[in-house]
Design a protein around this ligand. Structure first.
Ligand code: FAD
Length: 397
């Protein structure tokens, strides 16, 4: 049975892109899918061997310029990779996904030539990983005002404080730290980003315990205990840290929307198959019940509209025309529709949906991250509504 997502993608992207998507999809089917259950049951992260294989496929360098050792692709390729890998596991998809869309991206967008030359070739080859140090224990949605501080010294800067929820921390070579540098400046201009090596003796990393989502993805806390760095570590402009973070997140939100679409695509195919095979009453399949059909059709409509909107948003992003609010809306809509529908998908499959090997429960749990990650949907709505009510937005500013 053809995947429903493939049916739609064929109409939405050109042949070369579809060929690339197929290659990652086949790798995901043949190499990743058979291992996921084992990793889950052993409470293991994505294996080093799988990361190495993804690196060999060039997935860590997709949108990085060929001049820096990348594949010379673009953000749409990255989103397609997320859909292809995320179909089986968001955890696996987010590993190269965050390494690029949150790790390498700030450097690509805001780094100077020296920084790009120093890091991008190894990032593209998967030999290094940058993590995105925005969130903190006390600062989530209110990310413009970090508690991590960077104080000017004679030789550079001294950083103190803690970041958390840092995806890929276990494998990271560097963290891009968003730190308060000018508390008295106006909101949005108080911070600066610094590239800090993870092996600095005053940097301490710990894997966050007890996480029940994205179970194969590394998520760490990183603390900075008087870390001294030079001026050359500044990424972007002094006092321009928030801009670096926000610019990065626009693209990141499209990637997260792609993960939501991938989970919905998997659930739809699983339900289509199950509804036609599972026999109950009168030796006939449950797919004949209209209430079962109803869920399947709702999922299909959400998938078609979600992936169409997402591809359109990617096109706007590539043309530099995607406003922040629109990137936020795509993530909000794809994630909430997919996660609302996953509960109904599980319901029409009955008890078997509770088994890890059936796959739906994994996507159900992981979809929660797409609702809160890269900006909680409810907080993002505050942003997304602004262009609709400009007079109110002015009052609230
Ligand atoms: C698995 C995982 C991986 C992550 N990876 C990274 C990473 O790599 N790097 C990184 O920096 N961060 C990362 N994050 C953090 C993520 O971006 C934050 O969880 C997110 O920004 C929300 O912050 P918070 O969890 O502190 O929620 P809070 O800011 O405490 O908000 C809690 C809730 O309050 C409500 N709320 C808050 N503000 C508003 C508002 N303005 N309007 C309306 N309602 C509001 C919303 O319901 C919101 O969900 C990750 C998170 C998870 C779960």
């Amino acid at each position: 049975m053809e995947r429903r997502i493939d049916h739609y993608l064929k109409d939405l992207i050109d042949e070369d892109r579809f060929t690339f998507y197929e290659a990652v999809r086949d790798f995901s089917d043949d190499v990743i899918a058979p291992q996921i259950l084992g990793w889950e049951r052993e409470h293991a992260l994505v294996s080093d061997a799988a990361i190495q294989q993804m690196a060999e496929l060039g997935l860590f360098g997709l949108p990085i310029d060929e001049a820096y050792g990348g594949q010379g692709g673009d953000h749409l390729d990255l989103v397609l990779m997320g859909i292809a890998l995320g179909y089986h596991s968001q955890s696996v998809a987010i590993t190269p996904g965050a390494a690029v869309s949150l790790g390498a991206k700030p450097l690509m967008l805001c780094g100077n030539e020296e920084q790009k030359k120093a890091h991008l070739p190894d990032l593209a080859a998967g030999k290094r990983m940058f993590v995105f140090g925005l969130s903190e224990p006390g600062r989530g949605s209110d990310a413009a005002n970090p508690e991590v501080t960077a104080v000017k010294t004679d030789n550079g800067w001294r950083l103190r404080g803690e970041k958390c929820w840092s995806t890929n921390a276990a494998w990271a070579s560097h963290v891009v730290v968003h730190a308060l540098t000018h508390p008295d400046a106006k909101n949005g201009y108080r911070t600066t980003c610094f590239i800090v090596p993870m092996d600095h003796p005053q940097v301490h990393y710990q894997e966050m315990a007890g996480k029940q989502v994205w179970k194969q993805s590394s998520t760490g806390s990183i603390s900075f205990d008087g870390v001294e760095v030079g001026d050359e570590s500044i990424l972007g402009d002094l006092q321009g840290g928030f801009k670096v973070m926000v610019t990065t997140l626009n693209g990141g939100r499209l990637f997260v929307a792609g993960l939501a679409v991938a989970s919905l695509a998997f659930a739809l195919d699983k339900c289509r198959q199950y509804a036609q095979e599972r026999i109950q009453f009168e030796d006939k399949p449950i797919g004949r019940f209209q209430r079962v059909q109803d869920v399947i059709l709702d999922m299909d409509m959400a998938l078609e509209s979600g992936v169409t909107w997402l591809m359109h948003a990617c096109d706007l992003y590539l043309e530099n025309r995607l406003e922040r609010e629109r990137a936020a809306k795509v993530k909000i809509e794809c994630s909430r529709r997919a996660s609302d529908l996953l509960v109904r998908a599980m319901e029409i499959c009955g008890g078997v949906a509770c088994l890890d090997e059936f796959g739906l429960i994994r996507h159900h749990d992981d979809l929660f991250v797409t609702r809160v990650g890269e900006g909680s949907n409810l907080a993002l709505k505050t942003q997304a509504v602004r262009p609709l009510l400009p007079d109110i937005a002015r009052i609230l500013q």
